[in-house]
Design a protein around this ligand. Sequence first.
Ligand code: SAM
Length: 206
Amino acid sequence: MGLYQRQIAPRLINRVCASSAFDRDRSLICAGLTGTVVEVGFGAGNNLRFYPPTVTKVYAVEPSEVSRREAAKRFATSSTPVELVGLDGQSLQLADDSCDAALMTFTLCTIEDPLAALRELHRVVRPGGRLHVLEHGRSPDAKVAAWQRRLEPLEIALADGCHLTRDPVALLTDAGFVTVTLDQHYAKGPKPWAYLTRIVVERPAS
Ligand SMILES: C[S@@+](CC[C@H](N)C(=O)[O-])C[C@H]1O[C@@H](n2cnc3c(N)ncnc32)[C@H](O)[C@@H]1O
């Protein structure tokens, strides 16, 4: 991995992700989380201040050393206990059914094999437990989707593998989760990046 990917891209991405423009969606997607939560793609810990008091412990998974260092500053002042448990959401170092819930924000777009990561979450979240996801992705508008396809190679190169055309709802369904609530809307900003999905899904009880 080169200097740009290791040092510069994570700092730029963490700055964009920390924008207050996402505060409302972060707050809404964290609502209802409870018990032991695994967060894949923890980044710089941008969700930490939105975790409700019903969350008793967070298992954080994050490959970027720069981001883990930024996140550690936030742990120090957080009332929610956080433990770093690994570097790769595609292969979690957690036992089957060991978590009550899971959270992913703006990570399905980046993770190399998103379906593998979702299957891992399906394994570690207990039956009846929920996965909360906030993500940008493929627009239902043909013109915007065409721009997303054109821009995607540049986005992948500059933003640490981030894709513009993934469909979070289809990925979650393919991984075996069942939709509980779904909201899709454009956030402020250029439309190819702004089509947001806020979705809560459940691992079926049987
Ligand atoms: C766009 S950032 C979002 C960070 C954070 N979730 C947020 O909302 O601010 C995408 C994150 O996914 C992480 N990531 C990339 N590949 C990953 C993997 N295989 N497993 C876990 N996290 C990964 C990146 O390091 C980065 O922190």
